[in-house]
Design a protein around this ligand. Structure first.
Ligand code: ACM
Ligand code: ZN
Length: 728
């Protein structure tokens, strides 16, 4: 644990004091808590005892306590100990009972995981300083008396970390594992392979890493990989924390790194190079050549030797099948097997690789496409990432599902639309903590077919540490910091919905508990996103002015604000009560933590409901955003598409006496034109609407889209308006 020096603030607000007085704020919420009177305080006399097999966890707890308190707890026989760690095999899997009374503490787990989780809950009962070193002497290390009985509703509470597009080193992955374990999450899918990098040493194919792990010129090449020794170390570290590392062997797409190293793997045998920016290759591993299956089997042999996980992830997402359609080997296989559609070759491959896994005593999990490309003979588990309702399709086909919908659990999307927000991917709308917490789970299928939930942290939008779109709040351009900013606190919401039943969810209660966790995250040097203050009331007065009240979202924080529309700083006025402003957007308020870290301001999203008929808001045009930009106005419109089809683009005039003549629009996928409309339209107060239509083919999730309008004429003095888009 890293050291952090905190300047203690004396300015706790009423809310903060109330929240601080709450003694139990465990996340994820335990199934049952019985609070009792009294406390147990640890001192130099406190002892630890444990049942056979639990020495490791006794040491783990003692080390954390020693690091933060300086108290070196003695180990004594179980019967005589003050803190007892034991097993209670009658409890549900991963479950535990935690009893604290004035005489001592008992943690009883169903299994190793249960004992670990009892310890995690116990740590969350201590003052937040328990998470930090160096030893602090002025803290009373008291725990409230309580009886907690707890177990998870769902066996799969996962995260996916994309180490292929951006290579996170072992130390960072260990830190990620620590944070997951603190919140009782138990599966880490390592996305080890993608077009832009191969990240695991495979002894039989050394060029996968000597060639496939590195992009760019040799002198300043970028990338990296885990040696087999490092993988073993990581797997052991994670297993101790009840995090099973699930390796991902991605195929048939997203595997250009292997094709670059061994060109015979693709249909054409062509030599490619590793991309340095976001890119989805069309060069699939060839389904028709037997050498592809030998390769996959040899790689699997080494992977199962390294990763003892019950599951191996076999990838499967986002393949396009042009190459297989053109390949004589793939075509011959289709004829032999009576397969009529090239996409069905993927189902054939999935069955063959699932057979290989079965022979090695492992189960296959993969992106949802693995069950959607032809009927499978084998049963698999699908990561449903487009639409949770598809878990029904998965269940009907006899498979199991894990819900990881991009719309709720892809943490590379920003948390908000606030100007200045940190953004990686933008092809979907923002995912707030609330949106993640409200994700539907099990609403569409049988309880037993949905194993649980998983978050995904993709790094394709910031390969090799490229700057993200907004960096105002983070002055370090390290992708590690961005990963923490984008993952936390949303991971806490995900951990809770994975742990408890839908009926037990209570967002307001979660929010109050969450308010005390930022202090813990800060002690752990986790670069989380600081939340804005919460708006508690917004009232329009008789004279049209607006009265706004806010409250802190973080215990111990101070709110600072401005009333002239400018972004507040740590020196702005301290908020003490409701503020009245002429217009809503004049009020801006930020959360300032005791450490001086601060949030983005409270931001009121404009209300476009009166333009509903035109679809989703895309952008605002005004002299500032458009008229000074010459003959082309380009604006991002990622996230407004859900697939191929016809889209109507509407421009609406909203003010000003001038007018603008638009000479058509191009739809760009990154820099590439994929659709367009050459129509001309002049817009101003005499003609308030312009419409264009584009037909999108080649939709690709993950790729940014832009609208590029031609401007053939514009007249002074001034005009402004809005752009909307809707699917027809
Ligand atoms: C994915 O987002 N391509 C699984
Ligand atoms: Zn082929």
């Amino acid at each position: 644990m890293k050291k952090l020096t905190l300047v203690l603030s004396v300015m706790l607000t009423t809310f903060a004091l109330q929240a601080a007085a709450r003694s139990i704020d465990i996340i994820p919420k335990p199934q049952s808590i019985k609070e009792r009177d009294g406390i147990y305080g640890i001192s130099e006399k406190t002892t630890i005892g444990f049942e056979k097999g639990l020495e490791g966890y006794a040491g783990y707890l003692a080390d954390i306590i020693f690091a933060s308190t300086g108290l070196d707890l003695d180990t004594v026989p179980f019967r005589k100990a003050d803190i007892k760690l034991s097993f209670d095999r009658t409890l549900p899997e991963e479950g535990y009972m935690l009893d604290v009374c004035s005489k001592g503490i008992s943690v009883a787990g169903a299994d190793m995981a249960g004992v670990l989780y009892g310890i995690q809950s116990l740590l969350q009962l201590f003052p937040v300083d328990i998470y930090s070193g160096p030893p602090r002497r002025n803290v009373e290390w008291n725990v409230p008396c309580v009886s907690i009985s707890d177990f998870p509703e769902r066996p799969w509470r996962g995260m996916m970390l994309d180490v292929a597009r951006y290579f996170y080193d072992v130390d960072f992955v260990k830190k990620y594992v620590d944070m997951m374990a603190m919140y009782k999450m138990n599966k880490l899918q390592l996305h080890l392979i993608d077009d832009s990098g191969w990240r695991v040493e495979i002894r039989k194919y050394p060029e996968l890493t000597s060639v496939g792990a590195w992009a760019g010129a040799q002198t300043d090449r970028l990338g990296g990989y885990y040696t087999q020794d490092e993988i073993r170390e990581l797997v052991e570290y994670a297993a101790f924390r009840n995090v099973e590392i699930v390796p991902e062997l991605e195929f048939p797409a997203h595997i250009l790194s292997a094709v670059v190293a061994y060109p015979w793997l693709c249909c054409t045998g062509e030599q490619h190079s590793l991309p340095e920016q976001h890119f989805i290759s069309r060069d699939l591993i060839c389904a028709g050549k037997e050498s592809s299956y030998e390769f996959l089997e040899n790689v699997l042999d080494e992977l199962v030797g390294l990763f003892p996980s019950e599951y191996v992830n076999i990838g499967g997402d986002e393949a396009v099948y042009d190459r297989w359609n053109e390949c004589p080997h793939c075509q011959a296989l289709m004829r032999r097997e009576g397969i009529e559609d090239a996409s069905r070759l993927q189902g054939y491959m999935v069955d063959r690789v699932t057979d290989m896994l079965k022979e090695r005593g492992r189960k296959a999990v993969g992106w949802e496409e693995i069950i959607m490309r032809g009927e499978l003979k084998n049963r698999v588990t699908a990561l449903v990432w487009h639409d949770v309702a598809d878990s029904l399709k998965v269940a009907r086909a006899g498979h199991k599902a894990i819900l990881t919908p991009a719309s709720h659990t892809y943490f590379d999307f920003p948390e908000s639309n606030t100007p200045g927000e940190v953004k990686a991917a933008v092809w979907m709308p923002p995912i707030s903590v609330r949106k993640c917490y409200d994700m539907p789970v099990n609403d569409y299928s049988d309880e037993s077919t949905v194993l649980g939930v998983q978050g995904c942290f993709w790094t394709d939008q910031f390969i090799h540490g490229t700057m993200l779109q907004e960096i105002g709040l983070i002055d370090e351009n390290r992708s590690e910091r961005y990963a923490e900013y984008l993952t936390f606190p949303r991971l806490l919401a995900l951990s809770e919905i994975g742990w408890i039943s839908n009926a037990e969810r209570d967002y307001d209660d979660f929010t109050v508990r969450l308010g005390t966790h930022y202090g813990r995250l800060e002690k752990l040097d986790c670069g989380f996103r600081v939340p804005e203050p919460r708006v508690t009331s917004l009232e329009t007065m008789d004279d049209g002015s607006v009265s706004i009240a806010v409250e802190p979202s973080v215990v111990g924080s101070v709110i600072r604000y401005t009333t002239d529309g400018s972004y507040p700083t740590v020196h702005s006025a301290v908020y003490e009560g409701p503020v009245t402003v002429a217009v809503r957007d004049d009020f801006k308020a930020i959360t300032v933590l005791p450490s001086g870290k601060y949030s983005l301001p409270v931001y009121f999203e404009p209300d476009y409901s009166s333009y509903k008929e035109y679809g989703t808001f895309v952008a605002k045009w005004s002299p500032e955003t458009m008229l000074r930009c010459g003959n082309i106005w380009k604006t991002e419109c990622s996230g407004r598409f859900r697939g191929n089809g016809i889209y109507e683009i509407t421009l609406v005039w909203t003010g000003g006496d001038g007018d603008v003549e638009f000479s058509g629009v191009d739809l760009l996928k990154k820099d590439l034109k994929v659709a367009g409309d050459v129509g001309m339209c002049r817009i101003g107060k005499d003609n308030r609407i312009c419409k264009f239509e584009v037909t999108l083919n080649g939709y690709e999730a993950g790729t940014p889209f832009f609208l590029s309008f031609g401007i053939s004429d514009k007249t002074e003095p001034y005009t402004e308006g809005l752009v909307f888009i809707r699917s027809k």
